[in-house]
Design a protein around this ligand. Structure first.
Ligand code: APR
Length: 274
């Protein structure tokens, strides 16, 4: 039986019981025009300088060049705001609706597209944050706040002035505001990123569906390793090979070497069919 047919059987069986954990990465949003991190479009040019996301998405970069880092995030926020959830996101929302409290979604994407499909926010773990929100850079609390409308449609490369930085300050204590995203030189935690909850969800999963991630980050890899040890079916949806494919092959699951939208619609249909 080919892997997609086995995956469909697995999702049909979920109708009768079992917990599904979905883990998504940039690949699902690539289908609606949001560049992935490690693809070429992820690079950022400012004047004659070329930055890689791995350089800009750091606490160290923010401390030394807050205006440059904010300009990059504000531009990307506009790209995310202009995008709409695609058929992959909608298919995940159908899975959520079919399973209720037997569903958890762990997403590395900060683009806010999953929440826009109407999934109960309690069931979504945005483990890398959300680009539409800011928080205190001095950690006066873990609370986040909305980025003001004046930053809508931020042009690529536009200069962030001192006045802009003032408009982004923490409303509670007046310290500089920062994007509510996890940077490469920072650690996961529960208060800001629901990291413990995401791992607990994985510990209770009966099926792990991984979509469009290259396996470069720590918590998702822990979820994959844990699920492989528990020997639950892991399904890896990705046109390219990646470490989750290796996990998946060690379990009763497998590798679905196709785009997110196509695979997820098929699996949501299998789950929802009467
Ligand atoms: N369908 C499914 N997967 C796809 C598709 C598609 N149509 N197109 C590309 N992909 C896959 C690529 O093959 C790759 O494995 O999406 C993955 C994207 O990888 P990354 O750009 O590394 O994105 P991601 O894994 O989400 O990155 C993880 O790293 O930069 C940090 O915090 C950032 O959340 C991000 C994290």
């Amino acid at each position: 039986m080919d892997d997609m047919v086995r995956a469909q059987r697995c999702f049909e069986a979920l109708r009768d019981g079992g917990v599904l954990v979905v883990l998504t990465g940039a690949g699902i949003s690539a289908e609606v025009g949001i560049p992935t991190f490690r693809g070429e479009e992820g690079y950022w040019t400012r004047g004659s300088k070329v930055y890689q996301p791995m350089e800009l998405a750091t606490r160290a970069a923010f401390e030394s060049e807050p205006a440059t880092v904010w300009s990059w995030y504000l531009y990307r926020r506009g790209v995310c705001s202009a995008a709409a959830p695609g058929r992959g996101h909608e298919a995940v929302a159908r899975m959520a609706a079919a399973l209720g409290d037997r569903f958890h979604l762990v997403t590395q994407n900060v683009d806010g597209l999953h929440p826009r499909t109407g999934i109960d926010p309690a069931r979504i773990y945005e483990i890398h944050g959300n680009i539409f929100r800011a928080r205190c850079s001095r950690d006066c609390s873990a609370a986040t706040y909305s980025i003001p409308d004046r930053f809508d449609d931020w042009p690529k490369d536009a200069e962030v002035t001192d006045e802009d930085l003032d408009a982004l300050r923490c409303p509670a204590c007046g310290a500089p505001g920062r994007p509510h995203v996890l940077w490469f030189d920072e650690c996961y935690d529960e208060a800001r990123y629901r990291a413990d909850s995401a791992l607990s969800a994985a510990a209770g999963a009966d099926v792990l569906l991984v979509v469009g991630t290259s396996g470069a980050t720590n918590l998702p890899m822990q979820m994959g390793a844990l699920s492989a040890v528990r020997n639950i079916p892991i399904w890896d949806v990705n046109p390219e090979d990646n470490p989750f494919g290796d996990f998946a092959r060690r379990t009763p699951g497998g590798v679905l070497r196709t785009g997110a939208g196509e695979a997820l619609v098929t699996l949501a249909d299998a789950l929802a069919a009467a």
